[in-house]
Design a protein around this ligand. Sequence first.
Ligand SMILES: NC(=O)c1ccc[n+]([C@@H]2O[C@H](COP(=O)([O-])OP(=O)(O)OC[C@H]3O[C@@H](n4cnc5c(N)ncnc54)[C@H](OP(=O)(O)O)[C@@H]3O)[C@@H](O)[C@H]2O)c1
Length: 219
Amino acid sequence: MLTILITGCNRGIGLELCRQYHARGDQVIAVCRSGSDELNSIGVRIIEEVDVTDDRSVSRLAETLKNESIDILMNNAGILRSDSIDTVDFDDMLEQFQVNTIGPLRVTRTLSDNLKSGAKVGIVTSRVGSIDDNGSGNNYGYRCSKVAANMVGRNLHHDLSKQGIAVTLLHPGLVATDMTGGRGVSPEKSAHGLIARMDELDLESSGGFWHAEGYALSW
Ligand SMILES: NC(=O)c1ccc[n+]([C@@H]2O[C@H](COP(=O)([O-])OP(=O)(O)OC[C@H]3O[C@@H](n4cnc5c(N)ncnc54)[C@H](OP(=O)(O)O)[C@@H]3O)[C@@H](O)[C@H]2O)c1
């Protein structure tokens, strides 16, 4: 039985990750700003009032988990503020950096004492953060926050793999959640793939960027 900590768990992909890890017998620590009926119904341990942009709330999380080991840390919380050259709002852009880029770094660094050799860290970024794959433009804030999140993940790989901790960057696919207005594959299918990728992850494959379906993505 592994201990899995997931951020952004009250809905969407995070909720489904909680459901599937719990169903296979792992111990889930579901972290969120505020819970939901769906999350409550799973029966996992829930830690609320954790905003990944806020040092104090993430430090409180570390204090709550003092001396507990985490086998898999899934940095899943994220936001999308759609924009174009005409509509991009720079405060929205910074907010996306706060959540999508700095959030995973803050959470991973603050929980580093909970991660021992053999632990794994996943960051749910996006193919939209691939420069090679950008064939359509738009979404300045989201794209930039996710390409920077990829760099955070690759840097974490350099720092943490020395301690026996593997790190990976994951694209969940286009998934039918609030973020996409319900367009895309089911959260069940996406979470199934993300869990398979985390199961496969080891120090040799650490530092890569993967589609949930199991193929490597270009940067
Ligand atoms: N859906 C897709 O097609 C898709 C594609 C590529 C990548 N992704 C990535 O996958 C991840 C999950 O997305 P999703 O589709 O499940 O989105 P979602 O349904 O909108 O859920 C987003 C989750 O992130 C949480 N969150 C947002 N801001 C937060 C903050 N400051 N602190 C803590 N939690 C925060 C939300 O909590 P609240 O309820 O409190 O807001 C919610 O639980 C994101 O990183 C997203 O960028 C999604």
